[in-house]
Design a protein around this ligand. Structure first.
Ligand SMILES: Nc1ncnc2c1ncn2[C@@H]1O[C@H](COP(=O)(O)OP(=O)(O)OP(=O)(O)O)[C@@H](O)[C@H]1O
Ligand SMILES: [Mg+2]
Length: 766
């Protein structure tokens, strides 16, 4: 099938978009049920895989096989000749999930799965826009702005408009713009009833114009543009409606209204939508996801075809019972039962440490123990609520020599030096990209100062052109310096013509001076290695351009590899990091753990204010969303689950005294094994009901360590009277740690109760 970018050619090619008969297969519950692909599935799962060609919804809890059913259904539809690979559109939640799905599919059906449209909403919309850039009113070389770029672009705009950054912080403006885009609202349609909002709408309008001028597309724009493209272009819409006979959506509970509307647009009279989801795992309401979509879908599409899967194949009984007990505290659920025949398994270990450092030490000890027991490292995951929590854990793992991998932290492509190199690459591809221009015009330093840039920006505004094009009109000293930069980019463009992608990058690293810059820098070694890694990444990408799954390979049209690679860099969510190792412990936020599973899971930082997060308390139904997040976290575990919390934690430069998460109280006590390193005298003074420690070996081991530490907390003891140079007289309530880490909690007469690090605090015994 020729799937060209010009839709005028499309209609003639539609008939061969799908092969084989369309419609319900003969004997769905007869021969189909005996199909080899269905081996090992339970009855409701088989029924779901073989659902006749009607819309359907699988509503089922965690680990019940939703993703497996969805993947098997794709294979089954193709193998039974109901649809050709081109007729499938499958939406996954992450690029990693898309890759996994393709790997599984290629093992199930003997076809080249590369041509399948399987990806995230963002990835699929990007593919659509790349193919139909002209119809979408975009330049062929349009660039994707990641979140950092977007914020920088808004900041630049706010400055150019002379708007007060304090009153309209770029970050807030970014959230405002994205929220509107996610509801499908353009600046022209945005409502404003007061002066402040009117100004925000103006900024939004200017931002839209700036992006259009520069050929820049942010993440929210990818979705909105693709939606508008289909909505406004009837021929194109009809083509895709006829092409995609089967649309399959995983994690349906987390679609936002725009994504749902996009799916509806693609759904023609003959299209069948198959959605799977779990309302209890809806965790993106803060980003506009709406579980109401699931109800609407059930009402308007799935009607009678709602299948529930109730057997969980992932977790042992105790883990599942704990998850079920927790989630029953939420009101307004669609209601599901989950059971397992895997047996109860082990108790859930609940660890209480004196501090975050203690928590990290315990985790390291346990990882070593699990390793001794033969569990591969990549089967262990540390899940936390906020990215900031990873630092202490990373430090402890690093010190212990345990390989680890952080997902969703600073992605490879977001590292400063990599972004610099990519900015040169972007300028080679598209000279109107002002964000890239500003990033590197004076990096490495070329004596182009803020003044010159202001003059250039003014010139560009007057000419209504990009900075690159305005440079020629710039006179004086500023003109000379910027002119040299422009000549360098022009030189790069001619010199790199005909080179392969890795060669282009290799060349620009030298020509731009980036390589020399980091060679000369004292701590530049890491950065240099990352730049070399970028060349490697480009080589891998060039060998296997479909790896990104964003680009339409069946158009037959030569798409620019450079543009593809830049899109890949912007869309790749750090799932393909450099130094990818199988033998690494996996670290990630609970949000990014969605859909995944691990043999052993540590949920860390289970403290009030952290998990549930304090910000959530402000939002409507915030606690319920946090509870769903906790449900997701617990249900990632197959065999062993650790729930960890600490009495004190350093966060954002402050030591906080923490109470255990209220979620811990929602778990049946009989399922838990308490492990406590807080000395009795200390735990007693906070009476959280945690002091009784079960007599297991581990408890004895860690408690002994903590007790030893407490006795020698810098020579101070609980109950001692002390005086502090600033806070005055007080009494010690608790003590912990030794040496550099020794800390005491003091109740001062006037200043209240504080934790103080003895290495720094000027404290004296009286
Ligand atoms: N019938 C079955 N027999 C054996 N294992 C199964 C069966 N169905 C699913 N599984 C396994 O159970 C695990 C969970 O399946 P899957 O990831 O598809 O669940 P899910 O419902 O998508 O979970 P989540 O809600 O967390 O995304 C996987 O390891 C899967 O291979
Ligand atoms: Mg799943």
């Amino acid at each position: 099938m020729n799937f060209a970018s010009d839709h005028s050619q499309l209609s003639s090619s539609i008939p061969d978009a799908f092969g084989g008969p369309v419609g319900a297969p003969v004997g769905v519950f007869g021969t189909a049920q005996a199909h080899p692909l269905l081996n090992g599935l339970n009855e409701p799962q088989k029924q779901a895989v073989c659902l006749p060609a009607e819309h359907g919804l699988i509503l089922a809890g965690a680990g019940s096989g939703k993703t497996r059913v969805l993947t098997t259904r794709i294979a089954w539809l193709m193998q039974t000749g109901q649809v050709s690979p081109q007729g499938i559109l499958a939406v996954t939640f992450t690029n990693k999930a898309a890759r996994e799905m393709l790997t599984r599919l290629s093992a199930m059906v003997p076809i080249n799965v590369r041509s399948l449209w399987v990806g995230t909403f963002h990835g699929l919309c990007h593919r659509l826009l790349r193919t139909h850039w002209r119809a979408a009113r975009l330049p062929e070389t349009f660039q994707i702005l990641d979140t950092g770029d977007q914020q920088a672009a808004i900041k630049r705009l706010i400055k150019a408009m002379g708007v007060d950054e304090e009153r309209f912080p770029p970050r807030d403006m970014m959230h405002y713009i994205n929220a509107l885009k996610e509801q499908g609202i353009r600046s022209g349609q945005a409502e404003a009833h007061d002066a402040h909002t009117r100004r925000k709408v103006e900024i939004y309008a200017e931002y839209e114009a700036q992006c259009q001028r520069e050929g820049a597309v942010d993440f929210a724009e990818l979705l909105l543009r693709a939606y508008e493209l289909l909505q406004q272009d009837e021929a194109l819409r009809t083509h895709y409606q006829q092409r995609f006979r089967h649309i399959l959506v995983d994690e349906f509970q987390d679609t936002n209204p725009l994504q749902y509307a996009w799916l509806q647009l693609l759904c023609g009279p003959q299209t069948v939508i198959f959605a799977v989801g779990d309302d209890d795992q809806s965790i993106y309401a803060f980003r506009g996801a709406d579980v109401a979509n699931m109800r609407a879908f059930e009402r308007n599409y799935a009607k009678g075809n709602v299948i529930r899967l109730e057997q969980n194949y992932r977790s042992h009984g105790n883990i599942l019972t704990a998850a079920n007990a927790l989630i029953t505290n939420n009101a307004d659920r669609l209601g599901k039962n989950l059971w397992t025949d895997a047996g109860e398994g082990e108790l859930i270990r609940v660890f209480q440490g004196v501090s975050d450092l203690d928590e990290a030490r315990y985790i390291v000890d346990e990882i070593r123990e699990l390793t001794r027991e033969g569990l591969p490292r990549h089967q262990m995951a540390l899940l936390y609520r906020s990215n900031a929590q990873s630092r202490v854990l990373e430090h402890a793992l690093f010190q212990a020599g345990i390989a680890y991998r952080v997902y969703g932290g600073l992605r490879f492509f977001e590292r400063m030096e990599v972004k610099h190199a990519l900015a040169y690459l972007r300028l080679i591809a598209n000279q109107d990209d002002d964000t890239a221009f500003l990033r590197v015009v004076n990096f490495p330093t070329r004596g182009i100062g803020a003044r010159s840039l202001e003059a250039l920006q003014l010139e560009a505004r007057q000419l209504n052109s990009s900075l690159y094009n305005a440079a020629a009109s710039l006179t004086g000293k500023a003109g000379t310096a910027v002119g040299q930069f422009i000549r360098m980019i022009e030189g790069l463009r001619t010199e790199t013509t005909g080179l392969s992608l890795p060669e282009v990058i290799d060349h620009l690293l030298d020509r731009s001076g980036l390589r020399q810059h980091y060679q000369a820098e004292k701590d530049g070694q890491d950065r240099l290695e990352n730049l070399e890694e970028l060349v490697n990444a480009a080589a891998t990408f060039a060998d296997d351009p479909e790896a990104a799954h964003n680009i339409d390979r069946d158009t037959g049209e030569a798409t620019s590899l450079l543009a593809d690679f830049l899109a890949h860099a912007a869309l790749e969510a750090g799932e393909h990091q450099a130094g990818d190792q199988d033998e690494a412990v996996q670290l990630m936020t609970v949000h990014s753990a969605k859909g995944l599973e691990f043999s052993a899971v540590f949920i860390v930082g289970l403290e009030q204010g952290l998990f549930p997060h304090e910000n959530a308390m402000m939002a409507r139904d915030g606690l319920e969303e946090e509870r769903r997040l906790m449900y997701v976290a617990i249900t990632r575990a197959r065999q062993r689950l650790y729930l960890c919390h600490a009495q004190t934690r350093m966060l954002h430069g402050q030591t906080r005294y923490c109470l255990p998460s209220s979620f811990l109280d929602e778990l049946p006590e009989a399922l838990l094994q308490r492990i406590n390193t807080v000395p009795a005298w200390s735990a007693g003074s906070y009476s959280t009901g945690w002091s009784e420690a079960p007599a297991v070996d581990m408890t004895t081991r860690v408690s002994a360590r903590a007790a030893g530490a407490a006795e020698s907390a810098g020579g101070f003891h609980v109950g001692q009277n002390v005086v502090h140079t600033k806070f005055g007289a007080g009494v010690i309530l608790a003590a912990e740690g030794r040496g550099e880490e020794a800390r005491v909690q003091v109740r001062f007469g006037q200043a209240g109760t504080k934790w103080l690090a003895l290495a720094y605090a000027k404290l004296e015994a009286v």
